[in-house]
Design a protein around this ligand. Structure first.
Ligand code: PMP
Length: 402
């Protein structure tokens, strides 16, 4: 008799499961709009030119070894991560009240943040947007938090329900942890405007809530690294709020599988920042000892070299520009076809994803009849579209909504 008899079968992850179904589909016109990974106009994974360059330089370096990194990760990457999100002239950096620890990509930044907060934050409640990246609930639930939702998406306007959001934040227990998407909200593609962020900050401050910015798309959303960091910098510099920022280099460097990211912490004093780093390092040590080196070396090289940095900003504009172009083309085709409904939200939304408003039955028909794969909530990864398939996609949508 095996003790494993007590182990129930866990359900498959919906997104990875969707990709598996897509892989099994042999129809040439199949489209994968599930996974949030960038594809070029040929539908292929794209290695950023700047990553090729940095990788080459690393491989040519005779001093490159495969030694362990320090527990907190590569120092040059950690410092550069702080500058990237807060800006190089950040007063918080000058005042030395911010630290960063390298993490296992954005997921690891969230997990490490959650583990730290579970240990030291006095309030056990975390609020995530409705809807949010599926992993937020799992990560904070596993860390022992009571996970609640704040109103976010308005299914009537397919935009932000600001009043609903402010009222959820207002009625949450004082000092709750609030997960905010720094830019390119996943899964909706709906971001608050600057005026709306100011109102959000007002409530956050009045209620003493703790912000954790999940920042998985800096530079990937608008193509402008500073613009995509606006909300975080507003909270830190204009409002002097403490916060966590979970940074991922998966999307903006196309380094998905290298698992490179950072958790940046902004506190009131430099002493508090050092204490946080020591505790985060302690958690990292027992969980994975030290983070992976290769992706970190690539990112660090680019962030610390002015010439490579400029190349990177061009690559970011290539990716964000292609995605914005796909939004425009999809909307134009739908309008040309006279597809019932209003499709303005497709170009109003930003980042990797669009919440189309398609219903589960329509999504299911798109899959069975047209071999187009997307999550049942109607979320489309815009990166899966290209000039060869966008018209096919529009025609398929036109058919299923009629
Ligand atoms: N947060 C959000 C909101 C995301 O969309 C993602 C990527 N899907 C992540 C975090 C983390 O991804 P990764 O661990 O690959 O960096």
């Amino acid at each position: 008799k095996s003790f494993f008899n007590n182990v129930p079968l866990a359900p498959p992850d919906p997104i990875f499961h969707l990709t598996a179904s897509y892989e099994k589909d042999t129809t040439p016109k199949r489209i994968n709009l599930g996974v949030g990974a960038y594809r070029d106009d040929m539908g292929q994974p794209w290695v950023l030119p700047v990553v090729r360059k940095a990788r080459q330089l690393l491989l040519e370096d005779p001093a490159l070894t495969h030694e362990y990194l320090p527990i907190a990760g590569l120092p040059a990457l950690r410092d550069a991560s702080i500058r990237l999100i807060l800006g190089k002239d950040s007063p918080a950096i000058r005042e030395k009240r911010t630290i960063a620890i390298q993490t296992i990509s954005g997921t690891g930044a969230n997990t490490l943040g959650a583990a730290f907060l579970a240990q030291f934050h006095p309030v056990r409640t975390v609020l995530v947007s409705n809807p949010t990246w599926v992993n937020h609930k799992g990560i904070f639930g596993n860390a022992g938090f009571d996970v609640k939702e704040y109103t976010y998406f308005d299914s009537k306007t397919l935009g932000l329900d600001l009043e609903g959001m402010l009222s959820s934040l207002n009625s949450a227990p004082e000092g709750s942890v609030i997960i905010l998407h720094a830019c390119a909200h996943n899964p909706t593609g709906v971001d608050p405007t600057q005026e709306q962020w100011i109102k959000i900050a007002d409530v956050m401050e009045a209620k003493g809530h703790f912000p954790l910015f999940d920042c998985a798309y800096q530079g990937f959303a608008s193509g402008d690294l500073d613009k995509d960091a606006w909300a975080v910098r507003y909270f830190v510099h204009d409002r002097k709020l403490e916060c966590f920022i979970a940074q991922s280099y998966a999307k903006n460097f196309g380094l998905y599988g290298e698992r490179c990211g950072a958790l940046t912490v902004v506190t009131q004093t430099s002493d508090l920042a050092d204490r946080c780093l020591s505790q985060l390092s302690k958690i990292a040590r027992v969980n994975y000892s030290n983070p992976p080196a290769f992706g970190a070396r690539i990112v660090s090289r680019v962030l610390n070299d002015p010439e490579l940095y400029t190349t990177w900003t061009n690559d970011l504009r290539t990716m964000s520009g292609r995605i914005i172009q796909m939004r425009t083309l999809l909307r134009e085709h739908l309008i040309k076809l006279g597809t019932p409904g209003n499709w303005d939200h497709i170009t109003r939304q930003i980042g990797m994803f669009s919440f189309t408003g398609l219903k589960p039955a329509q999504v299911s028909l798109l899959q069975s009849k047209y071999h187009i794969y997307m999550t049942s909530n109607g979320r489309v990864s815009m990166a899966g579209l290209n000039t060869n398939n966008v018209e096919y996609m529009a025609k398929a949508v036109d058919d299923v909504v009629r």
